[in-house]
Design a protein around this ligand. Sequence first.
Ligand code: PLP
Length: 419
Amino acid sequence: MTLVEPLLRSSVASMFNNEQVRADFPILKLKIDDKQLIYFDNAASSQMPKVVMDRMLRYQTMEHANINRAVHYLSETATAEYEKSRHKIKNFINANEDREIIFTSGTTDAINLVAHGYGRKFINSGDEIILTALEHHSNIVPWQMLAEENGVKIRVVPINDAGELLIEEYKKLFNKNTKLVSVTHVSNAIGTINPIKQMIKYAHTQDVPVLVDGAQAAPHMKIDVRELDCDFYTFSGHKLCGPTGIGVLYGKANQLNCMKPFKGGGDMITSVTFEKTTFNTIPHKFEAGTPPIAAAIGFGAAIDYLSSIDLSIIEEYEQNLINYATEKINTIPGTQIIGSAAEKVAVLSFSIKGIHPHDIGTLLNEEGIAVRTGHHCAQPVMQHFKVPATTRASFSFYNNISEIDALIAGIQKVQKVFL
Ligand code: PLP
């Protein structure tokens, strides 16, 4: 027995029943070619509990109509349920007001919204934006597009060989031209948790606002945007047991109020003539056209579900999973973990000497184990570690120790086949 195992059997296990939780997710019963599915691709997209599916089905069967536009029963019901979801999300991240929650199609869309609405208004030629070497492409490319258009310079916080940001270097990047910091809370590729509270505090001493990409943090830890004091925070529904096509941009009301709208169309206006359009107030100013109503309501149900488990319990349980997996994989000769930050979420990115990640993924799939192989949309991270790709097993609270044991056995099998 390892050091981590007793922990899993004691404190967290007494508060959290993994077997019971697993029963909430129909897909976990799936067999792939007679092998029990083991789903370790949660960083790409998590699975959905039945209560979320049921909620969306109820909306489609009993409540569907377009929102905001009519006085009939169905439209009023749909509008109320859509707004209830906004309210749940506001509570989930402890925002001040519902209007600070903008529904987007996901994190990518939310970052693009800020790059357009804030960037194209306030960041001009000669100005600088600070990003980090740990960013997902979603938090690089929108800024590069702005940089090309407006002559903005991008500066990048480097990382050490554990995959941690060099905070002293971060501080050195600030100067009078710095207009925004945009940083991921957690690295999707290697799991590092960045010290964003400290980074935000420092940026604010320089009068620089901060956007936090929370796509990989919100599923694993309690987020409190007021405590963080971030100006913007983004995350996606499909990584939080919710549906695809829905995500959130949180922004402080004063920031959102100053921004330009991103998309034009219905609902985001107060009046339109051919001479002039006046825009609606937040959040509607940023929600042009018919939104994914079922997805937004489903997202609200996912938030209810996660809140019923409690994020702090999830965090502790998942920490035990990653500690156990790390301990086990380190006993296998020829494996190397990519990213060994002191603070990380349950993401195990690794390579096996002499075997391409694609082959590892393919053989693990034959065991029913779903992992992701590739650059994980974070090519600068791969460049730092001088690898073209890694194999990534990312855990969720519905995973367990016996699944990790199966992964370890799978890795040993892969080595037998190839070496
Ligand atoms: N940011 C991070 C850190 C991510 O991991 C991802 C997706 O994996 C994204 C942004 C983009 O999220 P989405 O594809 O839901 O827009």
